[in-house]
Design a binder for this molecule. Structure first.
Ligand code: AMP
Length: 218
């Protein structure tokens, strides 16, 4: 199964991709995580991406497409994968289609998650992540078992540098001007399911599972 998690920053694409990936036993491929891994490792790609990410801007298509295509061609994606944060431009969508066509594959469903901008800002500024395993938490809605520490690996949680209010507002602007048109493209080409993000992650998750015809996550 090939799924695309779509929506503005902060709607919960990453959290729901993680839940689906676990249930379906296929990889969760996140361009944001790929960039953050590259930044942590100090690669040239990471250095280039960092400058854009810190400003809340999109990383240039050439770099983004190269990195994600390498990831998707990994053997672990043969049974399917869930993409989160890609494509964010029409050019990226075109490349993905071309690559999948070459492998005689196609996107099964685009899961479009929506949420009002004010709630997005609230969610993103309270978000905390584990820099080691990328698990996502929230200071109000998804607290770790031990304050400030990741449940999985006990690493100290951090706020992403691009999760400040000023940068979030810019990222929402970028979504409206550069990314939203990708949704219209997919509405014409494949199945899109629209999911309203609820404060209760389990409720949203069960809506997603139902829309995809899957047994509800336990
Ligand atoms: P995310 O973790 O998906 O919120 O992405 C964090 C940041 O990484 C974005 O604000 C962009 O700067 C960059 N990024 C992630 N995915 C893409 C993409 N598909 N195209 C361009 N930039 C991206």
């Amino acid at each position: 199964m090939i799924l695309i998690m779509f929506g503005a920053p902060g709607v919960g694409k990453g959290s729901h991709a993680t839940i689906l990936a676990q249930a379906l036993q296929i990889p969760h491929v996140s361009t944001g995580d790929i960039f953050r891994d590259n930044i942590a490792k100090g690669t040239d790609s990471g250095k280039l991406a960092k400058a854009y990410m810190e400003k809340g801007l999109l990383v240039p298509d050439a770099l983004t497409i190269g990195l994600i295509m390498d990831r998707i061609r990994n053997a672990d994606c043969k049974k399917g994968f869930i993409v989160d944060g890609f494509p964010r431009t029409l050019e990226q969508a075109g490349y993905l289609k071309k690559m999948l066509n070459e492998d005689k594959l196609s996107i099964d469903t685009v899961v479009n998650i929506t949420l009002e901008d004010e709630k997005i800002i609230d969610r993103i500024t309270g978000r905390r992540i584990c820099p080691s395993c990328n698990q996502v938490y929230h200071v109000l809605y998804k607290r770790p078992h031990t304050h400030g520490l990741c449940n999985n690996c006990r690493t100290a949680l951090v706020q992403r540098p691009d999760d400040s209010k000023e940068t979030v507002v810019r990222r929402l602007g970028v979504y409206a001007t550069q990314t939203k048109s990708v949704l219209s493209y997919y509405r014409e080409k494949c199945t899109v399911v629209d999911i309203v993000s609820k404060d209760d992650i389990t409720e949203t998750s069960s809506h997603i599972f139902k829309a995809l015809g899957l047994d509800t996550a336990s």
